[in-house]
Design a protein around this ligand. Structure first.
Ligand code: AMP
Length: 229
């Protein structure tokens, strides 16, 4: 058995993973298996990376904050949208500049263009997975948001009359358009962040700092390549 410390990194499944892997590759921090196809939830990485054995957890994006906050992972990659919704107690040392999109309030095209806010008796029905962000946004305007929590495809809710608005991430806007919706307000820009457990920041300082430094170089390199394209 190796007595090297283990450095655990939580990666999120789905569209961000594809953009994360080239950054990990640049940092020589690759999982030993194809994490896009394996059904394993824990995958080995390099045996000796900055004096640590690395392992990866492959989990849902919304769970990355939890694993890192609880210390089950030392580091993780999470969207800014989820960090602002769940407000986990983690450090956020690096913007990876991937998974870029924006969090928006969107509504039916006709109503938004006619300036109809769809507020009835100071209330509005909002479909979202960002309950806290949506409630805060409307509270600041003196409106009560009746949040309908959904796990995906929010765009459907106004179409079937279940919600007046949605609060969701938008990248190209194609999904909105295909469903007769438009952006009414942009709440903030989103990208994926490297997050770290505060205790790991102290107890595995050397390794955590090495990951930050290497990924910072990977991000710089990616930006340079993009500029030259
Ligand atoms: P789009 O049609 O490109 O605007 O993409 C919109 C759909 O993709 C929505 O249903 C969003 O929930 C999802 N989406 C867009 N960007 C992201 C992202 N960076 N991370 C996760 N989901 C996203």
């Amino acid at each position: 058995m190796s007595d090297k410390p283990i450095l655990t990194i939580a990666l999120s499944k789905g569209r961000i993973l594809e953009q994360t892997l080239p950054l990990l590759e640049f940092a020589n921090l690759m999982p030993k298996e194809n994490v896009q196809t394996t059904r394993k939830l824990m995958v080995d990485g390099p045996e000796d990376w900055a004096g640590s054995k690395v392992r990866f957890l492959i989990i849902r994006a919304a769970d990355v904050c939890t694993y890192v906050e609880k210390g089950a992972a030392d580091l993780g990659i999470s969207g800014r949208d989820l960090l602002l919704e769940y407000k986990p107690h983690v450090y956020e040392p690096l913007d990876l500049k991937i998974g870029k999109c924006r969090l928006c309030v969107c509504g039916p095209k006709d109503a938004v263009e006619a300036g109809d806010a769809l507020i009835t008796g100071g209330r509005i029905r909002v479909a979202t997975k960002y309950d806290t962000i949506a409630e805060d946004y409307y509270r600041k305007q003196g409106v009560h948001a009746d949040v309908i929590h959904l796990y995906g495809s929010m765009e459907l809710a106004p179409l079937v009359g279940m919600a007046d608005k949605i609060v969701d991430v938008v990248e190209t806007g194609n999904t909105l358009k295909a469903n007769g919706l438009v952006e009414e307000a942009t709440l903030f820009d989103v990208s994926s962040r490297l997050i770290a457990n505060p205790a790991s920041f102290v107890t595995k300082k050397k390794q955590v700092q090495a990951v930050i430094d290497q990924l910072r170089e990977a991000v710089k390199n990616r930006e340079k390549v993009k500029e030259s394209e």
